[in-house]
Design a protein around this ligand. Sequence first.
Ligand code: LLP
Length: 431
Amino acid sequence: MLHTNLSVNENNHLTIAGADTVSLAREYGTPLMVLDEERIKSNMLAYVSAMKKHFGDNATPFYASKAFSCKYLYRLASETGMGIDIVSSGELYTAKAAGFDLSLSCFHGNNKTDADIVYALENGVGHFVVDNLSELDRIDEIAAEMGKTPSVLLRLSPGIDPHTFAAVVTGSVDCKFGIAIETSQAEEALRYALTKKNISVDGIHAHIGSQIFDVEPFCDEAKIMVGFLSDMKKKLCFDCKILNLGGGFGVKYVEGQPNINVESFISEIAKYVKNEVEKCGISYPKIYMEPGRSIVADTCLTLYTVGGTKEIPGFKNYVSVDGGMSDNPRYALYGSEYTVCLASRMADEKSFTCTVAGRCCESGDLIQENVLLPKPNRGDILAVLVTGAYNYSMASNYNRIPRPAVVAVTKDGVKTVIRRESFEDIIKNDL
Ligand code: LLP
């Protein structure tokens, strides 16, 4: 199977972490997202231990919670010793409700509102990752009014093409995020930031993109960032305390894609950081990273109940399911690849090539095309694998379809971690 936590049991059903997906679908209803708790923890701990081993004891991974923000995941991040990357007051609120220690958080985003800044300061956010100078000015002013001196990292763009899909490239010079090194604006921004009295400029940050399978772009990023620090040490006497290298490690969604070994990637990147730091003669900063997708993606699958099947002779076949772009908009948005299987008849002969369509009133509402399945019957359970990252967090109520329930398979049994949305939930803000 695609990942080691997936298997097929004697009933010919797909299992995740040993749990029968068809039984889960019957018990909890569909669409249903099923998480594997042990795999989430081991993905988190892989980063915690590899970073400490290769970057030093004070290195910390921050879970990029935009991948999947909910109280349950903030609690697991806290248990495993991770920090968190948050990008809105809503994520901050969720983390706070989960009891997360917000001093271990980085507040991101390219447009923090005044209200976000106040809220983050009131709640003791660990670091602001500052995207632009107007934001820097506002953080400094609001901090002065509130009598605080927040820690700031400057978000820089190192000008790297990480060879991934365009919508998730974030470190190029012309991207909407950060301040470019290449244009000397990063140097100007740092010079300016260091004149501010109510912030502590503790470091720099970059995130080059997402779903990246090569280690080279990360090594290039490390080189460029340390090179910048060396330059700034000479020009501005800037001593960097924190170097945040962002996230972006790729995850296997379909056969043929590699399974990244997190520890070997980190060990390779650490070599570059250490070499460059030694070469430049600057002091070794604390290293942060921000994995999102590689923490949660392969810990989850989505179960749907098959509805109608439509054959258009000479054209294509459709299989419709009871969810769609409302719980997984990634195929519609990016043409993302997924592995789809008929969870209720795993070993049956696959002879039906089809497009798996959602139930939304829109022809672009597809989950995947050219899928080979046993010919599905109404009531069969269909599984889409590797749906932990950017699925629930990007879900919507389009067509007033309630968001799915999320359950976790744990050592002590199955538990609901997000209740299925109800129709009452959907109208609760309508007046
Ligand atoms: N740090 C920052 C500042 C980020 O912007 C992101 C992702 C991450 C870390 C985590 O990156 P990851 O490890 O998950 O690759 N919705 C898109 C992905 C958007 C990524 C946004 N930023 C998708 O569904 O593919």
